[in-house]
Design a protein around this ligand. Structure first.
Ligand code: FAD
Length: 289
């Protein structure tokens, strides 16, 4: 670490995935870095790449299934990169959470991000996953994404981000998202608050407990949860993991699930849905090795 100023990072050794991931299971990584600014984030990426050290960038760990055991990769968690600045529009660092972003939008009267209400994400994770709900996706609001790609910092236009349903170019090109400029409309606090309240109400029925949100993407023309329900799997259990009774696309960790339990349950679901409907479900969640 001789070429890094350690004051620019918080470091956790070891990093316990079960404590950090919303699903509440998984093993450990030997170390995790929490850069405090975009500049220190880039210096860390350069350092790890020069040293040939494998790493993985994470936000709120809300859509990931970490493996049991010890990961060989260092974790870089963006959650301390929290800057939002007015730069001829609004520039937001990758680690800003949806909650912090919505507080900012409410305060300054910016409308367009309200669909992120209740999604436990950072901006970086949302941009990587193309997060959204009921036809509203983060891709539709992006002006540009700043990313570290092939050793350089670049501004990518929305077309270069290659967005489609729950998919982005970042999943293929390995780019690291540093921040983004987003197109939102100027309005007033009350309008933003009213819109947030609408989304809060819509989400009230979602299952409680430790989960990754929706496990599977909706196949074209179908709703994954309905297919899983139709295959008779509501409340089906494997070890400490179970299919939610309220929303069959959610897998809940009852408190003692291992990642292996969850992987096994995912395999049961895919087999049962294929046997019944001849449809192959695809995971939305990302597996971490
Ligand atoms: C209760 C619950 C409800 C949810 N509801 C919704 C919903 O309504 N809509 C929806 O779309 N999703 C939902 N999700 C899923 C999840 O919140 C989103 O996918 C979210 O965008 C993930 O953001 P994150 O910061 O947690 O990313 P993480 O889970 O930490 O990471 C997800 C992926 O993004 C990559 N990544 C993260 N940050 C960066 C970065 N800066 N640069 C490059 N790659 C990065 C990671 O490597 C990983 O592959 C829900 C999850 C839960 C637990």
């Amino acid at each position: 670490m001789s070429r890094l100023d350690l004051d620019d990072y918080s470091i956790e050794r070891p990093f316990d995935f079960a404590l950090r991931a919303t699903i509440g299971c998984g093993g450990i990584a030997r170390e995790a870095f929490f850069p405090k600014s975009e500049e220190s984030f880039v210096r860390l990426l350069e350092y790890l790449e020069t040293e040939g050290k494998a790493y993985r960038v994470l936000g709120c760990l809300s859509n990931v299934l970490p493996a049991d055991g010890v990961s060989k990769r260092a974790v870089i968690c963006t959650k301390r990169m929290k800057d939002i600045r007015e730069e001829n529009g609004v520039y937001i660092e990758a680690g800003v959470t949806a909650g912090a972003l919505l507080r900012y939008c409410r305060k300054v009267g910016l409308s367009g991000a309200e669909f992120l209400t209740g999604i436990p994400c950072t901006l970086g994770g949302a941009l990587y996953m193309n997060a959204g709900v009921s036809g509203e996706y983060i891709a539709d609001t992006v002006e540009f994404v700043k990313a570290y790609i092939d050793g350089k910092v670049e501004r990518l236009s929305v077309a270069e981000c290659g967005y489609s349903y729950k998919n982005s170019a970042f999943m293929q090109n390995g780019a690291v998202i540093l921040g983004a400029k987003i197109k939102w409309k100027r309005t007033d606090t009350e309008t933003v608050e009213n819109r947030i309240a609408i989304y809060e109400k819509r989400r009230a029925h979602l299952p409680k407990g430790r989960s990754m949100g929706c496990v599977f993407k909706n196949p074209q023309g179908y709703v994954a949860g309905k297919l899983i329900e139709g295959a008779g799997l509501k409340d089906y259990r494997f070890g400490g993991a179970r299919i939610s009774k309220e929303h069959a696309n959610f897998i809940i960790n009852d408190g003692h699930a291992t990642s292996e339990d969850i992987k096994n349950l995912i395999a049961v679901v895919k087999n049962a849905v294929f046997a019944q409907y001849k449809i192959v479900l695809q995971e939305e969640i990302r597996y971490l090795d």
